[in-house]
Design a protein around this ligand. Structure first.
Ligand code: FEO
Ligand code: CA
Ligand code: CA
Ligand code: CA
Length: 629
């Protein structure tokens, strides 16, 4: 273990040196001594080696001067950069609607306006998928969930929720397609575009794939819930992933069938009322009346943003989980692999590989995600790994499963029966476009190694993992269809002064603090950008004031592999819930979710983006130059 004394914190440093900007305005407390004394720092895993792929092209240099961690209620970016709000909750999408008035909300209006709590963001060129010379584009954005305290002024807990409040919240979920237009160096939303569309928790949807034939699921449903992360298919459709769907369903105690009740319990559905109490007005959220309704949720949904009337499709072949995201890349023989993590403590990482090849004819890929093989990842302590097929057969039959549909519906139990590795909350998974290596954010797991819980292993090497880590996966033969892989720890996050942190072996005096990696994006040359979801609470007692969630960038190849530098600071009590480097690396989109969370509209801790706190998507630019330069 290195000397914990932070020699650099108290020295006079040049005005714009790395150390100076990182420490500016932040007093660092001696957390690491306490952490080491409590024994929360596990042995450094054996495969912590600063590897470089000799064949990989050099990534573009990340030459920007990092910003300091920041606790202010503004979006902070490096010198020379700017950030602009592209669209915020309540903004109108259609020409006939006026500006948002928070005091005049209706469900019919919310169904026509940008939804609440922005999450996964994606960018697709217009006029069509594959266009390379464009000045118009589509922006997709998830609306993960609602927070009544931050939506309804003067909220009366005695009457909440009224029927209208329930219906407003249903329409504030889902996702948005909005056209963007290039305006000089920037992108602006176009109200009234024929592509503009809302998809909500009531939009009619199709359910397809092996589990659709199971009567518990069926072939249709209304809407999608808690869409967190997502991905893009090689044919230009959106994959949007349902995550914590359990929180919408009440009264599991009233479910008569013990198998159904147990299946719901495994996914965290509670016995009593929900916090939103939609069940007071909508029978489908009351398990006493609709015990099978939750089986229609927890799926990856495919949406064609280029067709404003295309029906969204829930693809059951990708399994039923609390999906964080669904990122794809092509296999060596032209099929598609889709990676998806199950974001809960001690849950697993998955990979679906299609049976058929991706066609250049976009329409021919319409049902590609309905047929293929789902795998769960097993990480061995020696740095090897296996993708275990999650396929109904004698082993799963002996474990109590009755069909592949049953396996997909109760995927968590099937994965556990087959020996999938229980990870520290798999959040985003993202392949590098430069190397095809796959990166997984394990956001945190404060229960790891505690009484009655699984202990550390090489892939989850820290007990009481408060700050999370990032794993690098190299597919066997470099082929995303492989059934074996090797893996390495890229980052063990936290305050670099904490000896349990690791930044791919890079000099820890030259990296920014980072807590709870959540979503990932790459630029074209393979630099990794990471958005976080842990601040400010995980920084309490370490930095004062505790800084906001952030975006960081780092090379994962070359001499500066592991040099994490902070590129953006979010606003008070927000989560930087998604990010995307797009438009030939000239823009960074980011979702700013739940500004002011934990307060109320009457006494809000954030007034971003102006007066009333509103979730929003921002675009970060540098006068048309490359993000990271
Ligand atoms: Fe909605 Fe896993 O974050
Ligand atoms: Ca997330
Ligand atoms: Ca991502
Ligand atoms: Ca998260």
């Amino acid at each position: 273990m290195s000397d914990p004394a932070p020699t650099w914190a108290d020295e006079a440093l040049p005005e714009d040196s790395f150390e100076s900007v990182v420490n500016r305005r932040f007093g660092r407390r001696s957390f690491f001594k306490g952490a080491a004394a409590m024994g929360v720092v596990a042995a450094v895993p054996m495969q912590l080696t600063a590897t470089c792929a000799p064949t990989a092209p050099a990534p573009a240099d990340l030459t920007f001067l990092p910003i300091a961690p920041d606790a202010t209620d503004t979006i902070t970016v490096p010198k020379g950069y700017r950030s602009d709000v592209v669209i915020a909750w309540g903004d109108p999408l259609f020409a006939s609607d006026g500006p948002f008035d928070i005091t005049k909300q209706t469900s019919a209006q919310q169904a026509r306006r940008f939804g609440f709590n922005s999450d996964f963001v994606q960018f697709l060129p217009l006029p069509k998928w594959g266009a390379t010379d464009y000045n118009r584009a589509l922006l997709w954005n998830n609306h993960e969930y609602t927070d009544a305290k931050m939506m309804f002024p003067g909220l009366d807990p005695a009457t909440y929720p009224t029927l209208e409040q329930t219906e407003i919240e249903l329409e504030a979920h889902g996702g948005t397609v909005v056209e963007l237009q290039r305006n000089g160096d920037r992108w602006v939303a176009k109200r009234g575009s024929r592509f503009n569309r809302r998809i909500t928790a009531t939009t009619p949807m199709r359910i397809s794939g092996p589990a659709a034939s199971d009567p518990r699921v069926g072939k249709t449903t209304a809407g999608m819930l808690n869409n967190c992360g997502g991905g893009l298919t090689p044919w230009g459709t959106i994959l949007t992933a349902e995550e914590n769907f359990n929180q919408y369903f009440a009264n599991n105690a009233a479910v008569a069938d013990p198998a159904v009740k147990a299946a719901h319990t495994r996914y965290g559905i509670g016995n009593g009322a929900t916090e939103r109490r939609w069940e007071n007005h909508k029978d489908r959220f009351d398990l006493a009346k609709a015990p099978n309704e939750p089986f229609k949720f927890g799926w990856v949904v495919e949406i064609d943003p280029y067709d404003p009337v295309a029906k969204p499709v829930k693809r059951t072949a990708l399994g039923r989980l609390k999906h964080e995201a669904a990122a794809s890349q092509l296999t060596a023989d032209g099929r598609v692999a889709v990676y998806t993590g199950d974001d809960e403590r001690f849950e697993c990482l998955y990979k679906f590989v299609s049976s058929a090849k991706v066609s250049k004819d976009r329409a021919a890929n319409r049902n590609l995600l309905d047929d293929g093989t789902l795998h769960v990842a097993r990480f061995e302590d020696d740095g090897s790994g296996t993708w275990i097929p999650v396929v109904f057969g004698p082993e799963l039959q002996a474990a109590g499963f009755t069909s592949q549909a049953d396996v997909l519906i109760r995927l968590r139990d099937a994965a556990a029966a087959l020996g999938g590795t229980k990870m520290d909350r798999p959040e985003d998974v993202e392949p590098s476009p430069a190397t095809k290596k796959v990166y997984m954010a394990c956001t945190n797991n404060t229960q790891r190694g505690t009484a009655g819980k699984p202990g550390t292993d090489a892939a989850n090497p820290r007990a009481v993992n408060t700050f999370g880590h990032v794993i690098e996966i190299t597919e066997g033969g470099g082929d995303p269809a492989a059934t074996s892989f090797t893996w390495d720890i890229l980052l063990l996050c936290g305050d670099p002064a904490d000896p349990s942190t690791y930044f791919a072996g890079f000099d820890k005096t030259q990296v920014s603090p980072i807590s709870c990696p959540d979503n990932l994006s790459f630029d074209r040359s393979g630099n990794l950008f990471i958005a976080t979801d842990g601040a400010p609470s995980t920084w309490n007692g370490i930095f004062s004031p505790a800084p906001n969630d952030a975006i960081h960038a780092l090379p994962v190849e070359g001499a500066r592999r592991g040099q994490v530098k902070q590129l953006l600071s979010g606003v008070v009590a927000c989560e930087v819930s998604s990010l995307l480097v797009a438009d030939q690396d000239r823009v960074l989109f980011a979702s700013i979710q739940h500004p002011g969370e934990g307060s109320t509209l009457a006494s809000t801790t954030s007034t971003w983006p102006g007066g009333t706190p509103r979730p929003a998507v921002v675009a970060v630019t540098k006068k048309g130059r490359r993000i990271g330069s």
